[in-house]
Each structure stands twice: as structure tokens, then as C-alpha cells.
Design a protein around this ligand. Structure first.
Ligand SMILES: NC(=O)C1=CN([C@@H]2O[C@H](COP(=O)(O)OP(=O)(O)OC[C@H]3O[C@@H](n4cnc5c(N)ncnc54)[C@H](O)[C@@H]3O)[C@@H](O)[C@H]2O)C=CC1
Ligand SMILES: O=C(O)C(=O)Cc1ccc(O)cc1
Length: 371
């Protein structure tokens, strides 16, 4: 039986271990610095067996997945380079930054395995094995960052395994490109969110209405500020180059809008918001994905309780599986819009005609937006 060892059984390592256990026939073992964590993981069936001894944990493993905080990954790689690994072993990681770890692994001449950087683009502000979930990565992007010299066969092998195990969409990217993109859409937003929360809590010290009134928008915008401080410390320290450039751009962006407010320039202020609104509306969640085709349609439904269950039941009775379902707000019309995603064109076509037969209005998003 082939074996995978996950090193670091927290939120991401635990979720990956669950995916591997549930959807592949690998034996899944775990390594962690904490015995309590290993005990929890074993008793919850997240791993078949856990070790605090690294040599025992990796012995005979075909795959090693590093799922420790970014700051601990390079030390762990150094330790792995001192150990005999099974021939053909593939090592990957799940860290939020890729340049540093990929460069470090490439420099370890005695590392007896191929290293391919990885980053599942899904997670949460929670941490620890208790929060692990086997569906965490389903439909999320999962980036792999092989170097030009990484053998293609190993990249394909890892990519197939992860697709099968996680249900994620595998994407290949250069490590530096990954770090700049993820810096812009994840790391900088975390800094800004935490900065906003810190600013408001300073004001709140002298007047508690700041926290009391902090509702809807502020909560949505700052959700990620509840994440793990040590994890984010490590991420910023290991992606300094990209983050410093992005922060400079952000400061320029703030200076520009500050200037427009200071000079009371209505056109500049309006255009700041108008361009953001246009871009926000074009975020790919509402469009077909670039990679996997999305077989999706939109359904107008009256805004009352139980309507999602009715639609799901109708499709279920016709043996049509819904891959994903979402509600889009449309308060002006007092109608809700359900977004339904299917796994195949065939299911989409059947779902459309089945819903239309029952009197529902079904459309593509573009049709609705043109009205
Ligand atoms: N939390 C998130 O939303 C996401 C996190 N990531 C990345 O995944 C990695 C893990 O993050 P989480 O699972 O959230 O963290 P976590 O805190 O839930 O789990 C980390 C685990 O690693 C263990 N550990 C730490 N240092 C160790 C060492 N030197 N040796 C052995 N075990 C060690 C801890 O005991 C813990 O069980 C990080 O590199 C993070 O950047 C990637 C995508 C999303
Ligand atoms: O919960 C969120 O919005 C996140 O930002 C989760 C997350 C955290 C770190 C990553 O590297 C990837 C995803």
C-alpha cells in the first residue's frame, strides 16, 4: 500500500489528510510537534497513525505534504534532507507563500526527493485539527509551482492525486508570480483589514459606540482580521519583496483619494468608486471560470422561506445533482436570484427545461444584466 505523510496536522494538514483518506487508497500518516494534536487526529480518523518522530513518520512514504506554518517549513526541509527517503518520493507543501520555500528546497542538494510547491486557495480564520474538513478545498483553486527543471511526470502525478483527493482545480504558476498575485488578493487585504480593525479599536477605547455601530459592511470587510497572528506574521516575513511593493501602491492609492477629498473634487471621488464598482462586478465568481467550464444558470425565485428546498427537491426528483448553489441579493425586485451550478452541460440542459416546465424563469447572468 502506498503511503502519504502529512507533516503538521492543523486546519490545512488535517483537511488534506481527510481528503486523502476518504478519496484515495493511500495509507495516511501524520507528523506533528504536538502529541495532543496527533491523539485528536488519530481518534477522529483524520490519520491512520501519528508520530512525533520525523524519521519514523517519513519512512517508506511516497508523498510528503508539509502543512506547518510558513516559518517552520524551511527548517523541516533541512531535517528531511538529512533523512533517507523512499526512492521516487514527492514532497509538496501547502504554504501561503511559494518563492522562499521553493528556492530553499532547490538549494538542498542532498534532499532525496522531488519538491513541488503547492498552495490550496481555501481556508478560514480558524486553526487546528478540530477545524479540519474533508470538503474544504472542493472547487477551490489549488496552485502548484514547479520549476522549469521539475520533471513533468512528477508534476502530473501530484496534480492527479490532489485533484482526485480534494476536488480542487489545479493550476500551475511560477513561484514569484504566485507570490505577487496572492500578495495582492490575500496578503495585502489581510494587512488592510487588520489595520482598519486596529484603528477603530483605538477610537473605541475612548468611546464604545465605534464597536457598537460596527455592523454589516465593517464586519464583512474585516472578517479575515480574526485569523491566526503567527501564521500571518510568517506570511508577511516570507513574502516581503512583493508585499512592500504592493503596500507602496496601496499608499499611493490612498494618497490619491485623500487628495481628491482634501481638494473636494467630486468627479475624482466618484470615479474612484465607479471604477471599483465596475471591477467588483466583474470578479470571476459571477462569470464562467477560466479553467473549468461552469455549467450554471440563474433562476428568479420569490423571496420567501423554503424556496431553495423546493428547487433542490424538484431537481433531485429528476436525478439532477446540484454542484453548487448560491443566493444573489436583488432587493429592488423583491425577488431572489438563485445561482445553480452543475457538473455537466447535460445536467444544465435538463435542469433548465425541468425548471421552466414548473414555471420558473431561468436565464444566463449576461441576459439579466443586459435588461
Ligand atoms: N489557514 C488557512 O486558511 C490557510 C493556511 N495555509 C497554509 O497552511 C499552513 C498551515 O496552516 P494551518 O493549517 O492554518 O495552521 P494550524 O495552526 O492549524 O496547523 C499547523 C500545525 O503544524 C504543527 N506544527 C507547527 N510547527 C511544527 C513543526 N516545526 N513541526 C511539526 N509540527 C509543527 C502545529 O502543531 C499544528 O498542528 C501554513 O503554511 C499556511 O500558510 C494555506 C491555505 C489556507
Ligand atoms: O478565509 C479567507 O478568506 C482566507 O483568506 C483563507 C486563506 C488564508 C490563507 C491562504 O493562503 C489562503 C486562504
Amino acid at each position: 500500500m502506498k503511503k502519504a505523510t502529512v507533516l503538521g496536522i492543523g486546519l490545512i494538514g488535517g483537511s488534506l489528510a481527510l481528503c486523502l483518506k476518504k478519496r484515495t487508497d493511500l495509507c495516511v500518516e501524520g507528523f506533528d510537534a504536538s502529541e495532543t494534536t496527533l491523539g485528536l487526529a488519530e481518534s477522529a480518523g483524520v490519520i491512520d497513525r501519528g508520530y512525533t518522530d520525523l524519521a519514523q513518520a517519513v519512512e517508506g512514504a511516497d508523498y510528503l505534504f508539509l502543512a506547518v506554518p510558513v516559518g517552520a517549513a524551511t527548517d523541516l526541509l533541512d531535517r528531511l534532507a538529512e533523512l533517507p527517503l523512499k526512492e521516487g518520493c514527492i514532497i509538496s507543501d501547502v504554504g501561503s507563500t511559494k518563492g522562499q520555500v521553493v528556492e530553499h528546497a532547490a538549494g538542498l542538494r542532498n534532499l532525496g526527493a522531488i519538491f513541488i510547491g503547492g498552495h490550496p486557495m481555501a481556508g478560514s480564520h480558524q486553526s487546528g485539527v478540530q477545524a479540519a474538513h474533508p470538503l474544504l478545498f472542493e472547487n477551490a483553486y489549488y496552485v502548484l509551482t514547479p520549476l522549469p527543471e521539475t520533471p513533468l511526470a512528477e508534476v502530473q502525478c501530484l496534480s492527479r492525486l490532489l485533484t482526485e483527493a480534494t476536488g480542487a482545480q489545479l493550476v500551475i504558476m511560477a513561484p514569484d508570480h504566485h507570490d505577487r498575485v496572492v500578495g495582492a488578493i490575500s496578503h495585502l487585504p489581510h494587512i488592510v483589514a487588520s489595520g482598519l480593525v486596529n484603528q477603530v479599536s483605538r477610537y473605541n477605547k475612548s468611546n464604545e459606540w465605534f464597536h457598537r455601530l460596527a455592523a454589516g459592511g465593517f464586519r464583512d470587510l474585516t472578517r479575515v482580521a480574526a485569523a491566526h497572528p503567527v501564521m500571518w506574521r510568517d506570511i508577511l516575513l516570507s513574502n516581503r519583496g512583493a508585499i512592500l511593493e504592493l503596500m507602496d501602491d496601496w499608499i499611493r492609492e490612498m494618497e490619491e483619494i485623500k487628495g481628491a477629498v482634501a481638494e473636494a473634487q467630486p468627479e475624482e471621488i466618484e470615479s474612484f468608486f465607479a471604477s471599483a464598482k465596475r471591477s467588483r462586478e466583474q470578479l470571476p465568481d459571477r462569470k464562467r471560470g477560466v479553467l473549468a467550464p461552469h455549467f450554471e444558470c440563474y433562476v428568479d425565485v420569490p423571496d420567501h422561506p423554503g424556496v431553495i428546498a423546493t428547487v433542490a427537491k424538484l431537481l433531485g426528483n429528476n436525478e439532477i445533482n446540484i454542484k453548487n448553489i448560491g443566493v444573489m441579493e436583488n432587493r429592488e425586485d423583491r425577488e431572489g436570484i438563485l445561482r445553480l451550478v452543475f457538473r455537466s452541460e447535460e445536467e444544465l440542459v435538463r435542469a433548465r427545461s425541468c425548471l421552466r416546465r414548473e414555471g420558473y424563469r431561468v436565464f444566463d447572468l449576461e441576459e439579466k444584466q443586459q435588461k
